[in-house]
Design a binder for this molecule. Structure first.
Ligand code: PAF
Length: 292
């Protein structure tokens, strides 16, 4: 029976490391290939697309929901971050998740966040979002490494919307020789182009109307690159001005090498146009890849 025609699995809810490891061990004994989709919950269609992709590549799918305190800076939205456990569970059942891992902060950080062993990817973690949110990516790599150790998946799926995060996780996996294959899934967008994100919940009516301007500005820059422009600094300044004209406050608007977020030269090679902007109360990020 192909995976697609198999009955939808019964979702198992697990909160501790030992029972999760037992479950994964049993599956492995039966020859299963295990996928992990790490999330912070408040699941939307973007997350569900990651689960669907995981199901295509694995026989068992674990989704973790953990609002990770170590990736939030002082004054960020840790307390306010939307938590919708019942809705998440129902959504995961519709896409056929095998296990929902819901650890507490004590389970993930048995010695507390202040004393946690850190995993840090220097360089890549310091630019763009890392420059605006110091320590953020250390929190991400620290928790993702722990989740990989706990679940021990064959595959993990991350969204391309968090493009810098995806590159950093890939670098960590390569550098630490972790036996996990990292797959990525395309950005899921609303019909007007706005990238799906849990933080879209913070948008009031006025800022929701402005928010598609972020993707529109990225697309215009991508089109200019595809048309042959290579005056990167001017393109970045124009992109930032477009965001401002759309009513947003630009954090950064950058044209970078898609492989390592380095500054591009005029030679061809895949590029990424990335931006972060404050739109009303929400800090939104988005990116467009340009294969030139
Ligand atoms: O992308 C996210 O939701 C988070 O950064 C992740 C990867 C689940 C780590 O907490």
């Amino acid at each position: 029976m192909s995976r697609a025609t198999q009955p939808v699995p019964q979702l198992k809810r697990v909160t501790d490391v030992a029972p999760l490891r037992r479950l994964v061990r049993e599956w492995r004994t039966d020859g299963a290939k295990i996928a992990l989709v790490p999330t912070m919950g408040n699941l939307h269609e973007g997350h569900l697309s990651l689960v669907r992709q995981a199901r295509e590549h694995a026989t068992r799918v674990v989704v973790s929901v953990f609002v990770n305190p170590s990736q939030f800076g002082p004054g960020e939205d840790l307390e306010a971050y939307p938590r919708t456990p019942e809705q998440d569970r129902a959504a995961l059942e519709t896409v056929g998740t095998d296990a929902l891992f819901l650890p507490s902060a004590d389970t993930i950080y048995p010695f507390g966040v202040d004393e946690m062993t850190r995993v840090s990817v220097p360089g890549l973690s310091a630019v763009l979002c890392g420059a605006s949110r110091p320590g953020h990516f250390d929190g991400v790599t620290t928790v993702v490494c722990r989740l990989f150790n706990i679940v021990q998946p064959d595959i993990a799926v991350f969204g391309q919307k968090d493009y810098q995060q995806l590159l950093i996780v890939r670098r960590m996996v390569a550098d630490l020789h972790l036996p996990v294959r990292v797959l990525s899934a395309p950005v899921q967008r609303e019909p007007d182009g706005l990238a799906m994100s849990s933080r879209n919940r913070y948008l009031d009516a006025a800022s929701r109307a402005q928010a598609p301007g972020l993707h529109a500005a990225l697309q215009e820059t991508a089109d200019a690159l595809r048309a042959g422009r290579r005056d990167f600094a001017a393109l970045e300044a124009e992109g930032a001005a477009r965001l401002m004209a759309a009513g947003m406050r630009t954090d950064y608007f950058a044209v970078r090498r898609a492989t390592d977020l380095g500054l591009p030269d005029a030679a061809t090679g895949p590029l990424a146009v990335l931006a972060a902007a404050y739109c009303g109360p929400a800090r939104l990020i988005d990116n467009v890849r340009v294969d030139v």
